[in-house]
Design a protein around this ligand. Structure first.
Ligand SMILES: [Zn+2]
Length: 88
């Protein structure tokens, strides 16, 4: 499959596995609301921070993530500061 310039830019900064899933056509590329890295929508789990993209709003408890988006991000940032990225 030939990838044009726009498509290449879309997948810029995405790891190979996520990119392969993106190319399946089941997902769209979005920015993770927790860590800001590109991830996929449709309940995809961010490979950097582990947040499941479940269309949560800031202060509503997310069952899938067992936290609100705000609290999860807070914990992620604290873990990152301690050098424990990915262990939220
Ligand atoms: Zn993330």
């Amino acid at each position: 499959m030939e990838i044009n310039k726009d498509t290449a830019a879309l997948y810029d900064g995405i790891d190979d596995e996520t990119k392969a899933d993106a190319l399946s056509g089941l997902y769209s590329v979005v920015y993770c609301p927790v860590c800001g890295q590109k991830t996929l929508d449709n309940y995809y789990i961010c490979r950097r921070c582990g947040w499941e993209y479940d269309y949560s709003v800031e202060n509503r408890f997310s069952t899938a993530n067992r936290a609100t988006l705000r609290n999860y991000r807070k914990r992620y940032l604290q873990a990152t500061k301690r050098g424990e990225e990915g262990n939220v």
